[in-house]
Design a protein around this ligand. Structure first.
Ligand code: AMP
Length: 452
């Protein structure tokens, strides 16, 4: 299995006077989906203009650089990668010359047959410029013998397996595609006469665009000056990523047909019913545990309070690739409020346990702040398997729940009690059976072939 894993956010806009500015706003709203690199490409008088950089959107773009990205169409990308990804050539949009013109591509998701396809393409003479799965699309398009560009694109899609929410920009328009399972979200909106596409609807809110609908599973959208055409060459087999609801997406976004905040609160409500506990206060691990803690508190009747405060000027600890920084990070990021905690039986709510490091440190911190009892409730099931579709989970060996049962994990993190929401509870909160989900990180049930 290819170890190159990326978390990303994508954005695209067609037919807007300030296209690159809108991309900047869109990426700003999607920054939580990746903080390691970002890029914006624009189309001006048939030429492609591009700026990419390592780090945050706000640190890479200013008025001057956006001024240079002229044109009425633009795509953008934010990313985080687990591998040696401090390299600008892996930062998207990826760009290629093609039949005297160009194409630019922003991709969210990981392909599960990337290693096989890459090997095959290389054996046929393709020279890859990056480590990223996303470049495979470009080589497949270039290789296709089909007549029209649209057909070439559709043929390329028929060869790949796994997750892609994809925006491709050429001189003639945007081609937008979502894989048949629709692992990652992708939505469409209108801003005046412009069409806008983004990973999450929070990007639309920032620029005042009106949400139209989600790009469907297996759908391809062809956006041109003349308007919008939808076609589909791959059969939809919906398996939306349930972890987007649990942790990854922004709570103010609506994805897969539902508001993320509402689903998170419902996860917390169900957690309170499945795993009640006698306690004095419900405390969230901020920010990821907040909506579930509110739900838990409302259903259990135990008062909610902010017993842990987050320093918002520290990046997400998990995102730091080095082990040493991650350990340090929990203390830097979170601190207990003694006046809330001292002498109390505390229920803390978090969305997930990955390695167990965060929970262990938080519980120690709460005991130091005078907690009488600490009960941990998790608003998802034990994370037992790695994700191969675009969420950055570590290898199975590193996931504490892949080799320890709940009681062993409780001992490790030193909680008085520990309980996770059942998979069925998660599915119900996310409105199964109306929607079908990928739950592979919780049950190892991968919708496509993976070798892990
Ligand atoms: P750990 O300390 O390894 O157990 O990490 C658990 C914490 O990581 C929880 O507070 C989660 O909110 C957070 N988390 C879970 N999945 C991810 C992810 N893919 N990226 C960043 N943080 C995550």
């Amino acid at each position: 299995m290819d170890k190159f894993k990326e978390e990303c956010g994508v954005f695209g806009i067609w037919n807007h006077l300030e296209a690159a500015n809108m991309s900047y706003l869109g990426l700003y709203a999607l920054q939580h989906r990746g903080q390691e690199g970002c890029g914006i490409a624009s189309l001006y008088n048939g030429e492609l203009l591009i700026k990419k950089g390592l780090g945050l959107v706000a640190d890479n773009f200013n008025e001057e650089s956006l001024e240079k990205l002229k044109g009425s169409a633009s795509i953008g990308h934010v990313r985080y990668s687990t591998t040696q990804a401090h390299d600008l050539c892996d930062v998207q949009p990826l760009v290629a010359s093609f039949q005297g013109s160009f194409l630019a591509l922003s991709h969210n998701g990981n392909l599960t047959n990337a290693a096989t396809l890459r090997k095959k393409l290389e054996a046929e003479g393709a020279l890859f410029q990056s480590q990223s799965d996303s470049e495979i699309f470009i080589h497949l398009i270039a290789k296709s013998k089909k007549e029209s560009f649209r057909e070439k694109f559709a043929e390329a899609l028929s060869h790949v397996e796994g997750a892609y929410s994809l925006i491709l920009m050429t001189k003639r328009g945007l081609l937008v595609a979502r894989d048949p399972q629709g692992f990652r979200p992708l939505s469409l909106a209108k801003l005046g006469s412009a069409y806008v596409v983004a990973s999450e609807t929070c990007a639309f809110d920032l620029m005042g665009a009106t949400y139209i609908r989600d790009i469907e599973e297996g759908e391809v959208l062809d956006i041109q000056d003349g308007g919008l055409q939808s076609f589909r060459s791959l059969k939809a087999q919906p398996r939306n990523c349930i972890f987007e609801y649990v942790y990854f997406a922004r709570p103010d976004s609506s994805i897969f047909g539902q508001n993320v905040y509402a689903v998170r609160k419902e996860l917390g409500r169900r957690l309170a019913i499945e795993h009640p506990v006698e306690a004095d206060v419900v405390v969230p691990v901020p920010d990821s545990g907040v909506p579930a803690a509110i739900g838990y508190s409302q259903t259990s009747g135990i008062p909610y309070d902010m017993g842990i405060i987050r320093n918002h000027y520290v990046g997400r600890t998990f995102i730091e690739p080095k082990q040493s920084i991650r350990h340090f990070g929990v203390k830097v990021k979170l601190n207990a409020v003694e006046s809330v905690i001292r002498g109390k039986r505390v229920v803390i709510i978090d969305d997930s346990i990955v390695r167990g490091t965060t929970s262990q440190k938080i519980i120690k911190m709460l005991r130091n702040a005078g907690a009488q009892e600490v009960h941990l409730r998790i608003s998802s099931s034990p994370t037992t398997h790695s994700c191969f579709y675009g969420i950055d989970t570590p290898t199975r060996q590193e996931l504490i729940a892949s080799s320890h049962n709940v009681e062993e994990i409780r001992k490790y993190i030193t909680a008085d009690s520990l309980a996770y929401l059942s998979l069925e509870g998660m599915r119900r909160a996310a409105q199964y059976p109306k929607k079908t989900f990928c739950t592979a990180c919780f049950d190892g049930n991968y919708p496509t072939q993976v070798s892990n």
